[in-house]
Write a protein that binds this ligand. Structure first.
Ligand SMILES: Cc1cc2nc3c(=O)[nH]c(=O)nc-3n(C[C@H](O)[C@H](O)[C@H](O)COP(=O)(O)OP(=O)(O)OC[C@H]3O[C@@H](n4cnc5c(N)ncnc54)[C@H](O)[C@@H]3O)c2cc1C
Length: 351
């Protein structure tokens, strides 16, 4: 039998989305002895935390008064490690189908196929894409001199920077990088900003102190020249075009909310989110669950801690779905020998 015609491997569960909530789902399933395969279209786990705000501190994770967004993801990965989930990264799930057997066929754009007993959709805001600079020829600069996110602020220290945008990301990075860059110009199409007022005020202070420039207008052209890696042409409201040289351009125009293939799987949607109950966080298809930012129910709040709670209850519901005869009872990790065995800590703190 060739690989293409071989039946897909049978697995306990598939989690679609490796954001913070999908990662915690691995842990909650693992405690109950249920294995997971986890798939994400991004090349790394972490969802919005890693993709959009890795360096920002989060203040509302229980028992962690302050935790960097990437740090949270690293901690979730470490916590889930004992359960050896299989990660399929850089792959968008394009197909999810219920089979006659009651199991699920899951397939990705790059050809991974799995046969799952239950599926948890933890797809956040969907496969999100940053809005790009819409000027001809920009592709040639993307990834080298034009960036839509900052992995590490230090990469831009000592450089001539142009930041484009008027929201939180543009203003936060302007303030954070201003003193580290050799020069910094913020370009925004109008004089009003959508960012936190305190950050906008700080930016105006930096302009008044001569530490950066603010330019109102739209980027209309991008080119290389002999003096700097990037030459931008910015047209102001009065029609005057100014030329700006830079080493790097950081453009923050927000994200395309793109639900993607999830909208095509016959699941009940409400305002572009998957409708679930609040006992099991199950969709209208038994065996398909939805947790985190992707779901909706009365009172839903799109917070990481809400997603963690949803993952815990979904795990019990999945256990019941997979093993209906099994008696369910609540165990504490503090005292349960079986959970401690699964965690690989059995006997470590005995006596
Ligand atoms: C700037 C900012 C600051 C924030 N601060 C806080 C805060 O302080 N506290 C707080 O609680 N929350 C905060 N949030 C919100 C928080 O980040 C989200 O609630 C959280 O990320 C939701 O987690 P998730 O796992 O449900 O989804 P996400 O983090 O969105 O992850 C979903 C993953 O699913 C993947 N995916 C989607 N569709 C597919 C598909 N078809 N195939 C494969 N993969 C797919 C995506 O690529 C993504 O990686 C903040 C958000 C932003 C943008």
């Amino acid at each position: 039998m060739s690989e293409d015609t071989a039946p897909p491997p049978a697995v306990d569960t598939v989690i679609i989305g490796a954001g913070p909530v999908g990662l915690f789902q691995i842990f909650e399933l693992g405690l109950l002895g249920i294995g997971a395969h986890i798939i994400d279209s991004l090349p790394q786990p972490g969802g919005q935390c890693t993709e959009l705000y890795p360096d920002k501190p989060i203040y509302d994770i229980p028992a962690l008064p302050i935790c960097g967004a990437q740090e949270l993801i690293d901690r979730l990965l470490a916590q889930a490690k004992p359960f050896n989930a299989t990660f399929h990264l850089g792959q968008e799930v394009t197909e999810l189908r219920r089979l006659e057997s009651g199991r699920f066929h899951v397939a990705t754009a790059t050809g991974t196929r799995l046969d799952a007993g239950a599926v948890v959709i933890a797809g956040g805001v969907g496969s999100f894409q940053p809005r790009r600079l819409s000027i001809p020829g920009v592709e040639a600069f993307e990834g080298t001199h034009v960036h839509y996110r900052v992995k590490a602020g230090k990469d831009f220290s000592g450089h001539d920077l142009v930041i484009c945008g008027g929201g939180d990301s543009a203003l936060d990075w302007t303030v954070a990088l201003c003193e580290k860059a050799r020069s910094l110009t913020l370009v925004h199409r109008r004089s009003e900003f959508r960012a936190a007022p305190a950050t906008v005020a700080k930016m105006h202070e930096l302009v008044a102190a001569g530490k950066m420039q603010l330019l109102e207008g739209n980027v209309v052209e991008i080119a290389h020249d002999n003096e700097s890696p990037v030459r931008l042409h910015v047209r102001s409201g009065d029609g005057v075009v100014r030329r700006l040289g830079a080493d790097h351009v950081l453009a923050f125009f927000g994200l395309h909310p793109k639900l993607g293939p999830i909208a095509e799987w016959g699941l009940q949607l409400e305002k572009r989110a998957l409708l679930v109950d609040t006992e099991k966080f199950q969709t209208n298809v038994p065996g398909i669950f939805a947790i985190g930012d992707i779901n909706t129910y009365p009172g839903k709040k799109k917070l990481i801690l809400s997603g963690f709670h949803e993952a815990a209850l979904a795990a019990f519901a999945i256990q019941h779905h997979l093993f209906p005869e099994k008696r369910q009872f609540l165990q504490y990790t503090t005292t349960s020998p079986i959970m401690q065995k699964r965690l690989g800590v059995a006997g470590e703190h005995a006596g």
